[in-house]
Design a protein around this ligand. Structure first.
Ligand code: CU
Length: 119
């Protein structure tokens, strides 16, 4: 194998790994909230999957940076939460999960999704 072929192969493998990471690795990242967690709203929720402990109060600190009006509301049905998120300001939502499970949250139009995992 010549040097340039080797280089192309290495580049190809690297690119494949990067694409895989982008679509599978990054999105499935679970962030553990230790009493509080920061969530940035920008083209979705970052992080989108948050793990909490049962019976422990957790503060979700949510900051919307996306001017898209679609994301101006956050709804967490399980905790009966519906909050307006002003652009660029941090809104704090406190929740104390009473049971284990996975609970979705989403924007006002149910287009962007995130998940709270209670362990
Ligand atoms: Cu929406």
């Amino acid at each position: 194998m010549t040097a340039d072929k080797l280089l192309v192969t290495i580049f190809g493998v690297g690119l494949t790994a990067l694409i895989w990471w982008f679509f599978f690795g990054k999105k499935e990242e679970v962030v553990e909230a230790k009493g509080e967690v920061d969530i940035v709203v920008e083209g979705g929720y970052k992080p989108a999957i948050i793990s909490l402990s049962k019976n422990k109060k957790t503060v979700l600190r949510i900051t919307r940076r996306d001017p898209n009006s679609c994301l101006e509301e956050i709804i967490i049905p399980e905790f009966k939460i519906k909050k307006y998120l002003p652009l660029g300001r941090t809104v704090e939502i406190s929740i104390t999960p009473q049971k284990q499970g996975e609970f979705e949250f989403h924007c006002g139009m149910n287009m962007y999704h995130g998940k709270i995992v209670v362990e």
